[in-house]
Design a protein around this ligand. Structure first.
Ligand SMILES: CC(C)[C@H](C(=O)O)[C@@H](O)C(=O)O
Ligand code: SF4
Length: 486
């Protein structure tokens, strides 16, 4: 796509488009468009549909009422995650609403013949962790789920985004989704990050730079040396939060790391099909002459470990900074928002971030609950103890398989010996929907992705950080610069 192509008409335009380079997003889009109407609304084919208990009940009910069956069932994968208990599960789910939600999903998948990882199955976990883990998320796919953080799967060079409940029903029934194409944006993180700076810090810094509306109307491709240097799991963390930058989707080009990651997983192609797939995936990158509607460049070397101080992911600074002062903000509307956020967060302007004490620590969520995240946190915790002032340090693996892997590596012992809690997989304290939540006024260092008012419990205060930074805060009792935390 070229910047001027939309102004051209008829044959000239299509000739031009063929000549011009395509972005990764253009390629994924073009490969899935079934039809586009005169107003530019398209029907796109969906390769993978992930389903969880919160946004699916009405969709299944809709199918039932219309006497429809899913278009395909082999493309759909379901698991309960938001409302499952993370403590001892032998007594089932005690909360009646949560129990109904999970039992409804149990019944729906059985009725409609959908592959299911129920509670108790080692493969159960957060949808955005288990899709890639199973190889159900593959390069070149379109992936949807009734969940905003579906952007995570874009890390594989896939077009992945959240959909609403009525769309869940539509995709189940037809295998297609009505969409308008977004504009192309490139966020290039150039050069190398310094020590202690992780994927989470990169994405928080990006959101700090472009704002939570910076990606509105765009599909963002993350590129540049610092993104290429990330592991596939790190890229998932970055794409996970593309939605917090307002974007429709986030994605990263396919490379050898992507291919190595998906190889040999249960849903991955095998044998000859594998060779064919790998050959096809080589093209899943933007062409050298592709043009983006917007390009943002960020110098990786300038990124410090990040901590959010406010009630939006864009309210973020380096851990070596001070709490921003609204008095220094010339935009009155912005200054007002800052004052309100500081008041809610119970913070004084100009205080060093490292002075902020935390009550609880949460290491988990679809942003940071994969094995590398747990290793990163465990490396900090090893041989140390949780500060007495920290009431709870919770470690919640993203899936049963992540939990199993971590236990094989002895990570659970490291956390338990330090006074942390080691839980069963699920969304847990990421959102105040299940039993894991903060009390009013409590302050949490959290590896999740949202920090708005009450997100982790009514009146709760959330600071978004990386797993290493959360672990260090649990040990010290307040935020510390991980770079000084030998
Ligand atoms: C419950 C679900 C619809 C929601 C989402 O879509 O994001 C949740 O996962 C969240 O993170 O707030
Ligand atoms: S872990 Fe949090 S952000 Fe991710 S799907 Fe669950 S509730 Fe949503």
């Amino acid at each position: 796509m070229t910047a001027g192509s939309t102004e051209m008409s008829g044959i000239e335009s299509s000739e031009k488009d063929e000549m011009a380079g395509k972005t990764l997003y253009d390629k994924l889009w073009d490969a899935h468009v079934v039809r586009t109407d005169e107003e530019g609304t398209s029907l796109i084919y969906i390769d993978r549909h992930l389903v969880h208990e919160v946004t699916s009940p009405q969709a299944f009910e809709g199918l039932r009422l219309a006497d429809r069956r899913p278009w395909r069932t082999d493309t759909v994968l379901a698991t309960p995650d938001h409302n499952v208990p993370t403590t001892d599960r032998s007594r089932g789910i005690e909360d009646p609403i949560a129990r109904t939600q999970v039992e409804t999903l149990d019944a729906n998948v059985a009725e409609f013949g959908i592959t299911y990882f129920p509670m108790g199955d080692v493969r159960q976990g957060i949808v955005h962790v288990i899709g890639p883990e199973e190889g159900a998320t593959l390069p070149g796919m379109t992936v949807v789920c009734g969940d905003s953080h579906t952007s995570t799967h874009g890390a594989f060079g896939a077009l992945a985004h959240g959909i609403g409940t009525s769309e869940v029903e539509h995709v189940l029934a037809t295998g297609c989704l009505v969409q308008k194409k977004s504009r192309n944006m490139l966020v290039s993180v150039d050069g190398k990050v310094g020590p202690g700076v992780t994927a989470k810090d990169i994405v928080l810094a990006i959101i700090g730079e472009i704002g939570t509306a910076g990606g509105t109307g765009y599909a963002i491709e993350f590129g540049g040396e610092a993104i290429r240097d990330l592991s596939v799991e790190g890229r998932m963390t970055v794409c996970n939060m593309a939605i917090e930058a307002g974007a429709r989707a986030g994605m990263v080009a396919v490379d050898e790391k992507t291919i190595d990651y998906v190889k040999g997983r249960p849903y991955s192609p095998q044998g000859e099909q594998w060779e064919q797939a790998v050959a096809a995936w080589q093209d899943l990158k933007s062409d050298d002459d592709a043009e983006f509607d917007r390009v943002v460049r960020i110098d990786a070397a300038q990124i410090a470990p990040q901590v959010t101080w406010g009630t939006s992911p864009e309210m973020v600074v380096g851990v070596d900074a001070r709490v921003p002062d609204p008095a220094g903000e010339s935009d009155e509307v912005k200054a007002g928002g800052m004052r309100r956020a500081l008041e809610y967060m119970g913070l004084e302007a100009n205080r060093p971030i490292t002075d902020i004490a935390v009550d609880k620590v949460f290491i988990g969520s679809c942003t940071n609950s994969r094995i590398e995240d747990l290793r990163e946190a465990a490396a900090i915790v090893k041989g140390r103890k949780k500060a007495d002032s920290v009431r709870l340090a919770l470690v919640v693996p993203g899936s049963g398989l992540v939990k199993q892997q971590a236990e094989e590596e002895g990570l659970d012992r490291i956390f338990l010996d330090a006074g942390f809690e080691w839980r069963e997989p699920g969304c847990s304290m990421c959102l105040a929907m299940n039993a894991d939540r903060l009390e009013s006024g409590e302050r949490c260092a959290s590896t999740s992705n949202r920090n708005f008012e009450g997100r982790q419990g009514q009146g709760s205060r959330t600071h978004l950080v990386s797993p290493a930074m959360a672990a260090a805060a649990a040990i010290a009792g307040h935020f510390v610069d991980i770079r000084d935390f030998g």
